[in-house]
Design a protein around this ligand. Structure first.
Ligand code: LRH
Ligand code: MN
Length: 388
């Protein structure tokens, strides 16, 4: 039988990184619904992220997106985060919102535009030097919309050249995390469309280059946990962008659309040694709370990851190994489903009390009055958003 205390021990080490952009206004091409009390600058985003950590105890860092979170003094921003009890995490580059990047950024046929995009990526490493961040996450919107529009091979050559230049610039424990996405905003080819393409580029680059699995970036029906198991075995899984989706890159709350998929993914993380704090896997959320309140949305997301993690930790691994070795298909599946069907909420409430936290983070936040306070205080200025 799985050991509850052992499970709690690992749950105490769980660290989920929050995306700064989840606290700003977001939406679709149809509408971005503005919400009252939304942050107007990275300092207010940090204050909101700190609320999520204060009530969950499991979200001690915030990922930044440049230029959305550009500031004069990143040292001052890091100090503000520390004062709020969190740290600055992954730095996300942005070469997907400039007219020059219509035909691509680092893969653009025009060398002047490729240089401009590379300069931004290198600027992001400068930011990492100031924030002390370990990871630079690169997602490229680069791709084509029509067959023949550009040479698929030449674009890969250009991409590899830019990645090598960025890799060369990394120092200390810095890493390059390459995120893939099947489609959108390009609809014929994306230059990093799948895990294999990211994996191949990361192998070519070296030890510091790892793959980012965004759970919303696959074709419907993709067995994401297979990809996770494979990348962990190869030592090339660097990070997750957790969210959930019913159809495309919906960026909904992780576990909301398919909690069983999240369970299956985290089970492969567990058996692949990815829950070990020194495994170096960054567990990030990458979501947009288009219609729901932002801070409660992030609290719910952290709780969903904690619940899925607790369930996989309660799987009777010995019984599973025995059934697998015996080729007892139904018994093996039943052992895993027992874990999934375990109500872990009492265990997590107990853990939170042991950590001096309110057993119900959501109720504690809603009762804190913080939501009403930021609506009253944050009047004027420009609410943060994607600035698209
Ligand atoms: C692209 C993506 C990427 C981020 C952006 C906010 O779809 O997942 O991780 O840069 O969302
Ligand atoms: Mn992402």
């Amino acid at each position: 039988m799985a050991d509850r205390e052992a499970a709690k021990q690992i749950l105490r080490t769980q660290r989920i990184e929050l995306p700064s952009w989840a606290f700003g206004n977001s939406g679709t091409r149809f509408k971005v619904f503005a919400q009252p009390g939304v942050p107007r600058d990275p300092f207010e985003k940090i204050a909101d992220a700190a609320q999520v950590h204060a009530f969950t105890g499991a979200a001690p860092s915030i990922a930044l997106h440049i230029p959305w979170d550009k500031v004069e003094d990143y040292g001052k921003l890091a100090a503000a985060a520390a004062d709020a009890g969190i740290a600055l995490g992954t730095i996300n580059a942005n070469v997907f919102q400039d007219d020059d990047y219509r035909l691509g950024s680092v893969t653009n046929p025009d060398p002047r535009i490729r240089r401009k995009a590379l300069d931004h990526l290198l600027e992001c490493v400068d930011v990492m030097d100031q924030t002390g961040s370990r990871d630079l996450k690169l997602w490229f919107s680069d791709g084509t919309n029509y067959p023949g529009q550009d040479s698929i091979r030449a674009r890969q050559d250009r991409l590899a050249e830019a990645l090598a230049a960025v890799y060369e610039r990394l120092s200390g424990d810095q890493r390059l995390i390459l995120e893939y996405k099947l489609f959108e905003p390009a609809f014929y080819t994306m230059d990093v469309p799948d895990w294999g393409t990211s994996f191949a580029h990361c192998l070519q680059l070296g030890e510091r280059a790892k793959v980012c699995v965004d759970t919303g970036h696959h074709a419907p029906g993709t067995n994401i946990e297979f990809i996770v198991a494979f990348l962990l075995r190869a030592g090339k899984l660097g990070a997750f962008d957790f969210n959930s989706r019913f159809y495309a890159d919906d960026d909904l709350i992780v576990g909301a659309a398919d909690p069983f998929q999240l369970f299956r993914i985290l089970f492969e993380v567990l058996v692949g040694g990815g829950l070990d704090p020194d495994a170096g896997i960054a567990f990030m959320l990458d979501q947009c709370h288009n219609i729901e309140p932002k801070i409660p949305g992030q609290i719910r997301s952290v709780m969903n990851v904690q619940e899925a993690t607790a369930k996989v930790l309660l799987v009777d691994r010995d019984a599973l190994a025995e059934a697998q070795a015996a080729g007892d298909v139904l018994a093996a599946n039943a052992v895993l489903m027992d874990g999934y069907n375990t109500d872990v909420r009492p265990l997590l409430a107990e853990l939170r009390e042991e950590l001096g936290l309110n057993p119900d983070p959501m109720k504690a936040y809603l009762d804190s009055g913080y939501a009403a306070r930021i609506v009253a205080e944050r009047v004027g200025g420009t609410p943060a958003g994607w600035g698209a």
